[in-house]
Design a protein. Structure first.
Length: 239
């Protein structure tokens, strides 16, 4: 990690103490070194302090959105402990309208980057817009990391137009996925594509995380190795 104020702050935290934090979300457990969706992976994420564990599934039944919630209810899971999430906006709206106790914190995973007419830097291409999402009851949006960042006029990593618009509309934000890009010496790849010119070593992920936490104001971040995020979160006093 390059010398910086952030590096000095992090160095003061190396001895802990460390505790579980909801800012740290285990992506399919701790998938950097454990098989995704295995007991061992989820246990590793818990040991690393991930307050939230992400479970991904492919369900084919037509009524799966309701079935998933029914299973949480049958198991006696408190809705406050569930962040139902989907790349399909209709799923999120279903939970909002039919299961509001779960829908209140349902997460819209924004995968519109695959659409030919969508440009995350141009609000005119966002359909629905941030304001329209809020009007429909969406409270949390979750795009990939790069959509929340840009290089500003001074050459620094900063919140993107997308991030500023989401915040202005009143949306909470989570993002994905840290520690899924391999070594960062060559710019970080897909997840860092909007700031790749500033990425040349593994320590730069902490610079990115710092902007996401302090300037974008994310609720949390998915990581394939939650310990990285847990360390930062504890050091900065995040919950």
């Amino acid at each position: 990690m390059d010398d910086s104020v952030l590096k000095e702050a992090l160095q003061q935290c190396t001895d802990g103490p460390f505790q579980r934090t909801d800012f740290s979300i285990g992506h399919r457990g701790a998938a950097l070194q454990f098989p995704e969706h295995t007991k061992e992976s989820y246990e590793a994420a818990a040991r690393m302090g991930a307050g939230i564990k992400c479970c991904t599934s492919d369900i084919t039944q037509e009524a799966y959105a309701q079935q998933m919630i029914d299973e949480y209810k049958a198991a006696g899971v408190n809705p406050k402990n569930v962040y139902a999430q989907s790349f399909n906006l209709d799923d999120v709206l279903y939970w909002i309208n039919h299961e509001p106790r779960f829908g209140n914190q349902a997460v819209y995973l924004d995968g519109r980057y695959d659409l030919a007419d969508f440009d995350y830097t141009d609000p005119a291409t966002w359909n629905p817009s941030m304001e329209e999402l809020v009007a429909q009851g969406v409270n949390i949006i979750a795009p990939p990391i790069y959509m929340l960042l840009k290089i500003d006029g001074s050459g620094n990593i900063a919140p993107s137009t997308y991030a500023e618009a989401a915040k202005a509309a009143g949306l909470d934000i989570t993002t994905w996925t840290l520690e899924r890009s391999g070594l960062l010496k060559d710019g970080g790849g897909w997840y860092y594509q909007s700031v790749t010119e500033n990425i040349d070593n593994d320590g730069d992920m902490y610079e990115v995380l710092d902007v996401l936490a302090k300037d974008v104001g994310i609720l949390g971040i998915f990581s394939d190795w939650p310990a990285t995020v847990t360390f930062y979160s504890n050091c900065m006093g995040l919950k």
